[in-house]
Design a protein around this ligand. Structure first.
Ligand code: PBG
Length: 331
């Protein structure tokens, strides 16, 4: 008969968890502010800070306040920001003409950011939706998104952003062939050092709702399912990633992040370029609002989710929690 003090097993995983110092020593994944990218919404004006109902704590900022916000995050160790412009209805049209305006809101903001904080990496979004009166990422005609008619518009937008000083352009539109098209346009205009972060595996997700409120960019009719990916698909993500890398993407992205950890892991395993993950507006809202309702410890839930995304294989994470997470990490 076995003695209660002499169990029949010798393996005790709990030995590696017995104290904070042992846990620290054997921790497999760490997150640091350097892994984080802060997405920011820019609106026109000065001294303007406008709340977004579905994203408590996130604001549409005028360029002056946005520069301050970016500086604070950068001082905390966040290397990069990703910019999204809020375009007034009067400036929207079917061809997203405003997106290539050298004096446009986005271009002016990029220039100010790079002027004031040269060491900050500025990532700009390449897609028509903030500028389109149809709210689609491509040219919308007779109920269809026209892939090839969209490509020159995206290329012009990307070149305009590079000219304004963007370090990395990030096509989020999911048109076929756009990475190669943009790459060639950048080379032609002398921007061979401007990187492309491709939103390669971008899913047609319900978690973009709050973002579309922030930019007032929801599709006016139809949905985005003919260009964004079906949430049911994983192998297709590999195909998208392989194509984007072949076309010249310097980094690839999976978006959203939390419901797609398996995709992040698969993309990480199959490619050698850096992998980014976008923890989108709906992921932020879920945690923030549950915490505000007293259902979650916000700091713990935020930390756990971002760590999980890193553990799955993301090298960097776009998150609206970037500043808050960096503060926690800096103690
Ligand atoms: C569109 C774009 C979207 C997001 C980033 N770029 C929304 C969409 O595809 O409708 C969503 C980001 C978020 O939800 O935080 N080009």
């Amino acid at each position: 008969m076995t003695n209660a003090q002499q169990p029949s097993f010798l393996q005790r995983p709990r030995r590696n968890r017995k104290s904070a110092s042992v846990r620290d020593m054997v921790r497999e994944t760490r997150i640091s502010p350097q892994n984080l990218v802060l997405p920011l919404f820019v609106r026109d004006g000065t001294g303007q800070q406008e709340a977004i109902k579905s994203m408590p704590g996130v604001f549409r900022l005028s360029p002056d306040l946005l520069v301050r916000k970016a500086a604070t995050a950068h001082e905390l160790g966040v290397p990069a920001v990703a910019l999204f412009p809020v375009i007034a209805e009067d400036f929207k049209d079917q061809r997203a003409s405003e997106s290539a305006n050298p004096d446009g809101l986005l271009q002016r903001t990029v220039a100010q950011l790079k002027g004031r904080i040269p060491s900050l990496t500025v990532i700009t979004d390449v897609a028509m939706d903030p500028y389109s009166c149809d709210g689609h990422d491509g040219v919308y005609c007779n109920g269809q998104v026209d892939n090839d008619a969209t490509l020159p518009i995206l290329a012009e937008m990307a070149v305009s952003q590079a000219r304004a000083g963007a370090d990395i352009v990030a096509p989020s539109d999911m048109m076929d062939g756009r990475v190669g098209y943009i790459r060639r346009a950048l080379e032609q205009e002398g921007y061979s050092d401007i990187g492309i972060l491709a939103y390669s595996a971008k899913y047609a997700s319900a978690f973009y709702g709050p973002f579309r409120e922030a930019l007032d960019s929801a599709p006016r009719s139809g949905d985005k399912k003919t260009y964004q990916m079906d949430p049911a698909n994983s192998r297709e993500a590999q195909r998208e990633v392989a194509l984007d890398i072949a076309e010249g993407a310097d980094m690839v992205m999976v978006k959203p992040a939390l419901p797609y950890l398996d995709v992040i892991a698969a993309v990480r395993a199959a490619s050698t370029v850096p992998v980014a993950a976008y923890s989108v507006s709906g992921e932020y809202a879920m945690i923030r609002m549950a915490a505000q309702a007293g259902c979650l410890d916000e700091t713990a839930a935020m930390t756990e989710c971002l760590l999980a995304i890193k553990r799955a294989g993301a090298d960097c994470i776009l998150t609206y929690f970037a500043e808050e997470m960096a503060r926690v990490l800096n103690g």
